[in-house]
Design a protein around this ligand. Structure first.
Ligand code: ADP
Ligand code: MG
Length: 243
C-alpha cells in the first residue's frame, strides 16, 4: 500500500531523515518506533506532503506521491492525525466530522458543494461508529482529552481513507483512554480492513497492535520486520529497546 525508499530531509543542514525505508502491506497495522527526535513525525509529514523531501521516493498504491500537496495525497486515500490535537475547537463535534465528509464529497465531485442535508446520514454514521453520537451537539472543547483524540481519528476517517496514519495516538493519555484507542485501532484494522501506520512510544502497545515494526534511529531505518524479530534484533536493542 505504501512504500518509502531512501528518503532524506534536512532542516538547515540538520539531517532529520537520513535514509528512511518503509513498506506497509495492505491490511496491516505497521508501527514506526524510535527514540524522541528519531524523525518519526518528520517522516509522517513527508509521507502526507506536509513537508517536502530533499530526495528519495514515496509510493502510495504504486503511484509516486513524493512532494505532492497534502490535499492531493488525502484525496488519493490517505488520512492522518497529528501528534498534537488538531480539531476545530469552536465547532461542535458534529460539525467537525461533517467538515471532512464535506471535503471528501467536494473533491470527489470536482469541487461541487453538495447540500449539507445530504451529508447528515454519513456524518451521523461516522459519529456512531466512534461512540461520539451522544456528544454530537457539544462544543469540542467540552470533550475530555481522550475523546478529543478519538474525534480527531473520526475526522480523519470522514474522508474514507484506505491508509490511516496516527502519530503517537496515545500520547498523554490515561491507561483507560489508551485502552479505548487500542481497541479502536484493532476494530478499524480487523473489522474495517483499514491499513494503519502508527508511531508510538508505548512498546507494550506496539507489540500488542502491530503486525510489522520499523525502527528509526537518527533518521535512518535500522530494522523492519515482524515484532518478534525486532524484539530480538541486537542493533535495535543497542539503539533503543535497551535504553
Ligand atoms: P520524533 O517525532 O521521532 O520525536 P521529529 O520528527 O519530531 O522526531 O524530529 C526529528 C528531529 O528533527 C528533531 O531533532 C527535531 O528537533 C528536528 N526537527 C523537526 N522538525 C523541524 C523543523 N521544522 N525545523 C527544524 N528542525 C526540526
Ligand atoms: Mg513525534
Amino acid at each position: 500500500m505504501l512504500q518509502v525508499e531512501k528518503l532524506r530531509k534536512a532542516f538547515d543542514g540538520f539531517q532529520a531523515i537520513a535514509d528512511a525505508n518503509l513498506s506497509v502491506p495492505k491490511g496491516e497495522v505497521v508501527a514506526v518506533i524510535g527514540p524522541n527526535g528519531a524523525g518519526k513525525s518528520t517522516l509522517f509529514n513527508l509521507i502526507t506532503g506536509h513537508l517536502q523531501a530533499d530526495s528519495g521516493h514515496i509510493r502510495f498504491q504504486r503511484e509516486e506521491i513524493t512532494n505532492l500537496a497534502p490535499y492531493k495525497i488525502c484525496h488519493k486515500g490517505m488520512a492522518r492525525s497529528f501528534q498534537l490535537i488538531n480539531i476545530f475547537s469552536s465547532l461542535t463535534v458534529f460539525e467537525n466530522v461533517q467538515t471532512s465528509v464535506l471535503a471528501k464529497h467536494r473533491l470527489d465531485r470536482n469541487y461541487f458543494t453538495p447540500s449539507r442535508k445530504l451529508l447528515i446520514p454519513e456524518t451521523l454514521e461516522v459519529l456512531e461508529s466512534f461512540g461520539l453520537l451522544d456528544f454530537k451537539d457539544r462544543s469540542c472543547s467540552a470533550l475530555s482529552y481522550g475523546d478529543q483524540k478519538v474525534l480527531e481519528i473520526a475526522i480523519a476517517l470522514g474522508s474514507k481513507p484506505e491508509l490511516l496514519l496516527l502519530d503517537e495516538p496515545t500520547a498523554g493519555m490515561s491507561s483507560e483512554e489508551t485502552r479505548k484507542i487500542v481497541n479502536l485501532i484493532k476494530h478499524l484494522s480487523q473489522e474495517k480492513g483499514l491499513t494503519i501506520l502508527i508511531t508510538e512510544h508505548d512498546m507494550e502497545l506496539v507489540f500488542d497492535v502491530a503486525q510489522k515494526i520499523m525502527v528509526l534511529h537518527q533518521g535512518k531505518t535500522i530494522a523492519q520486520g515482524l515484532p518478534e524479530d525486532i524484539r530480538n534484533n541486537k542493533s535495535v536493542q543497542n539503539a533503543y529497546l535497551g535504553e
